[in-house]
Write a protein that binds this ligand. Structure first.
Ligand code: G3P
Ligand code: CA
Length: 344
């Protein structure tokens, strides 16, 4: 038994040593500590050593890419009190119904559920934050400025949100994002930018029509979420689906529960073969979302979660609200192991 355990340990060590350390992708910035997608959350994530900072992007009425997770403003800003009467019939305040000059008047805060309760009650205090909703261009200026002033590099990891919705509103979000990247000098910088999307047609459009050279990541949702009724996410995880992705994208961004499926009756983690099948096709795997305050069933600590995904599964990166914890884990367990590896 001990021999088997040692062999398993060596195999894990070997797998970790052979792969590059996984990328730390700060999910909506250091959103475990500050309101998501504010410039403060991005600056903190940069200081915490994230390899990439994530930007979810939607468009304003005047076509400006802003950094916001939802197509709505009401879950993370004070839009309802500042612009009463501007909701649509469904009660939501759509970012695309507001010009940038109006967006600039909003204050951003911790995410709230539809019933008004905080999504993560233990996080940054609710109330006045003095923080706003940045444009994509403003956020890029912040990041490139910090790259220079700190002498330490973080890249961009941009998600195009709801491209089909934007198209129905008469807007082409893919073009608008590439325009900003061109204007900021990032359009060709393969090492500095990932583009991600839940919509496969938009990724194909980016690759084949708009001809971006930037690496593309196909996000994979769960069909039950209703993320995008035009896409079958079960099919995308099949061999045929992954092979199709490999034709236009460089990697996948699956939900972490598509890799770890809980524990069996004996307490053993149940792992899918999604990562192995993606790797066999040359696809990188960057799962989401790793949260200290929202652990999956059967996982009792954040380090245990990282042990599983980094030590055992071998993912190439991960989206986390807590980039400091992931950075600390990798620097301790992965980089040290790589440095200690004997020269062949
Ligand atoms: O983009 C990866 C992950 O962020 C996808 O989930 O809903 O947080 O954008 P979401
Ligand atoms: Ca995202």
């Amino acid at each position: 038994m001990r021999t088997l355990a040692l062999a398993l340990c060596l195999a894990v060590s070997s797998a970790m040593a052979e792969r590059a350390p996984p990328l730390v992708i700060a999910h909506r910035g250091a959103s475990g500590y500050l309101p998501e997608h504010t410039l403060a959350a991005k600056a903190l994530a940069h200081g915490m050593g994230a390899d990439y900072l994530e930007q979810d992007v939607v468009l304003t009425r005047d076509g400006v890419p802003i950094v916001l997770h939802d197509i709505y403003l009401d879950a993370t800003t004070d839009v309802a009190s500042r612009f009463p009467g501007r909701a649509r019939d469904d009660g939501r305040y759509y970012a695309i119904d507001f010009d940038l000059v109006e967006i600039r008047q909003l204050e951003a805060g911790e995410r709230r559920q539809p019933d008004g309760s905080l999504a993560f009650p233990e996080r940054f205090p609710a109330g006045r934050s003095g923080l706003g909703v940045p444009t994509l261009a403003e956020e890029i200026a912040l990041i490139s400025g910090l790259n220079r002033s700190r002498g330490r590099h973080s890249g961009l990891y941009i998600e195009l949100k709801a491209p089909r919705f934007h198209r129905r509103q008469g807007q082409d979000i893919a073009r608008r994002v590439l325009d900003v990247l061109r204007d900021t000098g990032y359009a060709e910088r393969r090492d500095d930018v990932f583009l991600q999307c839940f919509d496969d047609a938009t990724l194909r459009y980016l690759r084949h029509d708009l001809r971006t050279p930037l690496p593309l990541i196909q996000l994979i949702a769960d069909n039950r979420w209703g993320e995008n009724s035009a896409v079958d996410y079960d099919h995308l995880q099949s061999d045929a689906g992954l092979a199709a992705i490999a034709e236009y994208a460089d990697g996948i961004g699956p939900w972490l529960m598509q890799i770890y499926r809980g524990r069996d009756a004996k307490g053993r983690p149940q792992l899918s073969d999604l990562v192995a099948r993606a790797h066999a096709l040359g696809l990188a795997v960057h799962p989401y979302t790793f949260r200290r305050d929202q652990l999956p069933p059967g996982i009792t600590s954040f380090d245990e979660l990282l042990d599983l995904f980094i030590g055992q599964v071998g993912v190439d990166g991960l989206f986390t609200d807590f980039p400091d914890l992931a950075r600390g884990y990798i620097d301790t367990h992965v980089d040290a192991r790589t440095e200690a590896r004997p020269t062949p």
